[in-house]
Design a protein around this ligand. Sequence first.
Ligand SMILES: CC(C)(COP(=O)(O)OP(=O)(O)OC[C@H]1O[C@@H](n2cnc3c(N)ncnc32)[C@H](O)[C@@H]1OP(=O)(O)O)[C@@H](O)C(=O)NCCC(=O)NCCS
Length: 759
Amino acid sequence: MATQYNDALDYHSRPTTGKIEIVSSKPCETQRDLSFAYTPGVAVPCLRIAADPEEAYRYTTKSNLVAVITNGTAVLGLGNIGALAGKPVMEGKAVLFKRFADVNAIDLEVSTEDPEEFIRTVRLLEASFGGINLEDIRAPDCFEIERRLSDDCSIPVFHDDQHGTAIISGAALINALDLCGKQIEGIRIVFLGAGAAAIATARFYRLLGARQENIVVCDRAGVIHADRGDDLHPAKREFALKTDIRTPEEACADADVVVGLSAPGAITASMLERMANRPIVFALANPDPEITYDEARATRPDAIIATGRSDFPNQVNNVLGFPFIFRGALDVRARSINEAMKVAAAQALARLAREDVPDSVISAYGVPSLRFGPDYLIPKPFDPRALLWIAPAIASAAMESGVARIQLDLDRYREELEARMGKGREMMRVVMNKARRAPRRVLLVNGEHEKMIRAAHQLRDEGLALPILLADPAAVAAKAREIQINCEGITVVDPAEPDLRRRCAERLLERRWRKGITRTEADELLAIPSYMGAAMLDLGEADTLVTGLRSNYADALRPMLQIIRALPDCSIAAGVFLIATRRDVLFFADASVNIDPEPDTLANIAIRTATLAQDFDVEPRIAMISFSDFGSVRHPRSEKVRQAVDLVRTRRPDLTIDGEMSASTALSEPALSNRYPNNQLRHRANVLIFPSLEAGTVASHIVQRLGDATLIGPILVGMRKAVHVLMRGAEVQDIVNLAAIGVVQALQREEGGRSAVNR
Ligand SMILES: CC(C)(COP(=O)(O)OP(=O)(O)OC[C@H]1O[C@@H](n2cnc3c(N)ncnc32)[C@H](O)[C@@H]1OP(=O)(O)O)[C@@H](O)C(=O)NCCC(=O)NCCS
């Protein structure tokens, strides 16, 4: 505990104090920049905005800026600790806005407990922001504050403590009811707690279809009923039932759902025992729930349980909502976040939970699998798809309900959201769009593997390819059943099928008889899945192939080199990593095939990689990498690289290339423009050709691990047909990416167009 305490303080104080900083989005290096950033140039947008306030969305950060505003009266479970003490929470919220949805957020701590003063202050600040996230304001003040500000402001005002929990738990409720086979209209719900989150959640469940007369809300004094003599606040009065029930225990008799938004201990085992069959228990107090997960599970093994904790299934975490809700609202310049938008968010989350979960999410949580069911009702907070599902749902609902200032094309909007998530996704989107237009047959070797089945499912679902699993159909069916994947539309080809085997053996023999193999040896080789796959591809049984999931890279690659073979022009295949950082796209080669290339091979690797970059619409600037810069160290190894540069210049004078140079020079604008002004690149390189396989793989993997980059590949270039070999540990998304790239390469070959595989 002491470590955690100190770690928390360290986190907040080092290397700089606090958690957020402001970064300028425009250059300010020259006198010219200065004159635009500030006076006199800045006057131009000022006047545009003065003439038309809507222009503020165009010329200022208003379009992507949210204020996280508190008065510190109900901070987390810490109570009224004051505005300033709440600042770390507000900064934290700003961090989450940025991390999950690229929303810029700034914290504002308003030091007043007077709701009128607070409302006035926030209202006066409205112009600066595209949205206002109210945070940690005590009930019942928060209801009035939010209502008045929402009425008065023409930007969204959203009190996350109320609606965040309501929306996320609402998504969990939709799915839990579905699993229990119950209809929301008929269920009985008990709320423990009548604070901001509880009241908002009760209202939201009503909006989802729950009947008012079936909702019992309890506060510290017991059931809120119509005859209660105490001075009930209007928000509580709204849920005052005409009933004889007085205690939470009584309320729980035959209840279908209990929602705890109160304090540890508020739900007891005896309450759960009284509930109806398959009860739904949401114990959402944090960090200690109303009843521990273990006790709830032991008491009611048939229950569906959610808590606010990350160490148990079904964490109801607001981060699944607010960043994406504001993203969608900001992008349509919404005037408010209305009920339709909130329902749309909950429904989108509920739907997303039913989708197959990507490996990246599964491995981020260190669990063997995540599959829709009682223990996986809602997506995990680090699921990158949440942005792509919720923000468009919000934008769409805002447009339909008339609160959007602008209309968006939702397909284009999804693409823009992907671009926000980094260049890698943007690049892959281009590839995927091409593949989707004319999906081709992709042969997935080791088709019985769970990852291949899931990749096939995704390829089919997204219309990217016509997947063929090469595997024993019974093994595929058993695995698909186990992982609950519907294999409809996925072809399974049995490698033991005699006619296919005979044709493949003949093809192997045809290709390899001059390498001395016999018919018997050809038959034996077919027992190795990659040989079988290569022969099938060569026979035209598929258009592209992905293999390597169950073998080491070299063993899966060799059959491709032997049967499919490299293109005849220079007989060199190479492996390229497309490396995407947030802003940059780089191509690294060779990163998977040629161990110690000679100058001639190195030159061909450079040419093939440059062609691949062009296929991705990137104009290549090739740096041939070594340890020295332009002859600074004379050594046979740097000389080899230099010779390769000369060969490329002779073979492809149209390409921009230089070297040898160090990686540091290749990626430094000042070094290229000032220190070595005569080089041909002039700008940072985007194609880096490494002198050996060690250098290529080491560089790629270090960038991936330390540089927060996405690696796509290795993309095999130079082969007669589009084949791809996976690295060990490849994930479903890697298979999907390489299959989609294979489809596009196959298409380019069909069209006779220029492609790395054709060169
Ligand atoms: C590619 C590799 C497997 C070839 O090794 P090998 O089988 O021992 O070498 P061989 O010379 O017998 O080559 C086998 C076949 O591949 C062909 N080949 C080898 N390198 C090739 C290349 N770069 N391009 C095209 N074809 C190539 C050969 O011509 C030969 O074909 P043939 O039998 O029809 O004549 C080997 O270079 C290797 O292991 N590379 C590193 C793979 C790796 O581990 N990558 C890191 C993981 S990402």
